[in-house]
Design a binder for this molecule. Structure first.
Ligand SMILES: O=C(O)c1cc(=O)[nH]c(=O)n1[C@@H]1O[C@H](COP(=O)(O)O)[C@@H](O)[C@H]1O
Length: 271
């Protein structure tokens, strides 16, 4: 998917919501556990109930890998279901990969070719030759960690290297990589006060912003400095939406939570 197609979808739906499909068998309604593939059935119901309110879905691969081959099959069925039934939706494999060049190419093939995701999250720690193999894929997007939502973000990312914070170095340096126009960046919603500084370096890049809802980040604060000319934000909520109810009404409860965020987004976009 191209960035233009993503922006068109955002404008049509008046939403820049991304729903995280982080499925934990201990948290889904118990009646689903009797089915052959509870994870896929849960995802399918959530997707059918929320696709009109969001523009992206982000399965975090950890929640599938944890269940071995069956979990990977649930992931495959979920992405195929999305691509077949809702091809306008932007899909993110949250896998946080990155390795030496030839290995990164195989990671990229796994997510872009085999599973046909539109994007994958990548860690920048191994540098240019670990990220550029992902950028070589046309109309695919590489979402690089910049300033993450967790407390540990202060361990390295905000430390100064050559008088500049490491996350600033990541943003500035990556702009010079081949096909850098395919880069997006992760910035946590819990770090809202950093958005103004980040936008000075990457005014137009899309930012994936996790951390609203369960982690306490605030949508209004993020949008104040994070919105760009072409919107440029994908705000993710996982647990806050998919586990809104533990009962049989879980899909309806997810719709209601997603709607709340979508309405807030629509108000912000209309300003
Ligand atoms: O890359 C991510 O998506 C990510 C980066 C980050 O800094 N913080 C963060 O929470 N995430 C992911 O975003 C999702 C957040 O989930 P909730 O806190 O349940 O909304 C999880 O899948 C996390 O792994």
């Amino acid at each position: 998917m191209t960035t233009t197609q993503l922006v068109t979808q955002i404008k049509q739906k008046k939403s820049f919501l991304c729903i995280g499909l982080d499925v934990d068998l201990n948290k889904i309604p118990s009646h689903l556990l009797e089915l052959d593939d509870p994870i896929f059935e849960f995802n399918k119901a959530i997707i059918d109930a929320t696709h009109h309110l969001c523009v992206a879905y982000k399965p975090n691969t950890a929640f599938y890998e944890a269940y071995g081959i069956k979990g990977w099959q649930s992931l495959e069925k979920t992405i195929t279901y999305l691509n077949t039934n809702y091809p306008e939706i932007f899909t993110i494999a949250d896998a946080k990969r990155g390795d030496i060049g030839n290995t990164s190419t195989m990671y990229a093939k796994a997510f872009f070719e085999d599973l046909a995701f539109d994007s994958v999250t990548v860690a920048p720690y191994m540098g240019k030759d670990s990220v550029e193999p992902f950028l070589a894929f046309k109309d695919k997007h590489t979402i690089m960690l910049a300033l993450t939502s967790n407390e540990g973000a202060f361990d390295f990312q905000t430390k100064k290297v050559d008088k500049k914070e490491l996350y600033i170095q990541v943003l500035e340096t990556s702009k010079n990589w081949k096909n850098s126009e395919s880069l997006m960046y992760v910035v946590g919603a819990t770090k809202a006060e950093y958005f103004a500084e980040i936008r000075k370096i990457i005014p137009n890049s899309f930012l994936l912003v996790p951390g609203v809802g369960a982690q306490g980040g605030n949508l209004q604060d993020v949008c104040k400095y994070g919105l760009s000319e072409n919107i440029g934000l994908l705000i993710n909520s996982s647990r806050g939406i998919i586990y809104a109810s533990k009962n049989k009404d879980y899909a309806l409860a997810a719709t209601q939570q997603a709607k709340k965020l979508q309405v807030e987004m629509e108000t912000i976009l209309n300003k």
